[in-house]
Design a protein around this ligand. Structure first.
Ligand code: GLP
Length: 242
């Protein structure tokens, strides 16, 4: 694990965007794993900027998002499909057929999860996986006690996660879907390269546990310590307890 500490969240997001841009320029057909959450908004804004100013080309890449809520339609303001369409896919012009999120509206969720794993495999696996860090140490929606070899599946969300993600649901944790589909920890670890971006003082404790604590299913991000090629980009606030 390589930890890169930047002075503030703006510069941390800029570095993450530059790392993605460099990979994409080297391999325009890159299979990119994507994350949601407030931390990523700055990264997607930078990528949109690179597309507009420097012509960074996303037309041949393929994307797979980590997770999606169960039971809300794609056009719901809280859905991750809508988040991605508005913040990245629309602004950088990725053909819709090349963008993938787990289907939280599928009648057979287990089959949708198997299909998601198959689509990742058929695309040749994920080249670069972008990750955020949940306040309870999750990556994707791999909540505490997720098996470190888990694959894409349904997960119940913890009260901490419902509270963390309430903003997109009118600020009310009771309106956040209780369940989601998420790539597993094992799915994430199969990516050839991982890039986790963590900013802000509220993440300082959990970041220290993820990066320097024991590898444990209680903090699923700690499994990234097992990955042969994982960079962690953080700002000074998040790095306070390292
Ligand atoms: C959600 C997503 C995670 C993301 C996390 C961080 O829980 N499922 O993939 O890492 O949010 O959110 P934020 O950046 O808003 O702190």
């Amino acid at each position: 694990m390589e930890v890169l500490i930047l002075p503030d969240r703006e510069r941390a997001a800029t570095l993450a965007a530059r790392i993605i841009a460099r990979e994409l320029r080297a391999d325009p057909g890159l299979v990119l794993g994507l994350a949601t959450g407030r931390t990523m908004e700055r990264v997607y804004a930078r990528l949109a900027d690179l597309h507009a100013r420097e012509g960074l080309d996303f037309s041949r890449c393929t994307t797979f998002n980590l997770d999606e809520y169960i039971g809300i339609p794609a056009d719901h303001p809280g859905s991750y499909r809508r988040y991605m369409d508005e913040r990245l896919f629309g602004p950088v012009d990725i053909p819709r057929a090349r963008t993938h999120l787990p289907d939280g509206m599928a009648p057979d969720l287990a089959a949708a999860c198997r299909d998601y794993e198959a689509r990742i495999r058929d695309a040749g696996g994920i080249g670069l996986q972008l990750l955020g860090l949940g306040s309870d140490g999750h990556i994707g929606f791999n909540e505490p006690l997720s098996a470190l070899r888990s694959r894409t599946r349904e997960k119940a969300l913890t009260p901490a996660t419902l509270a963390q993600n309430a903003e997109m649901f009118g600020g009310d944790p009771d309106r956040v879907p209780r369940r989601a589909l998420t790539m597993g920890v094992g799915t994430i670890l199969d990516s050839r390269r991982c890039l986790m971006l963590v900013t802000g003082e509220t993440k300082a404790d959990i970041l220290a546990r993820a990066v320097e604590g024991p590898i444990t299913a209680m903090v699923t991000a700690s499994a990234l310590q097992l990955h042969p090629c994982c960079q962690v980009v953080v700002d000074e606030e998040a790095a306070a307890r390292l």
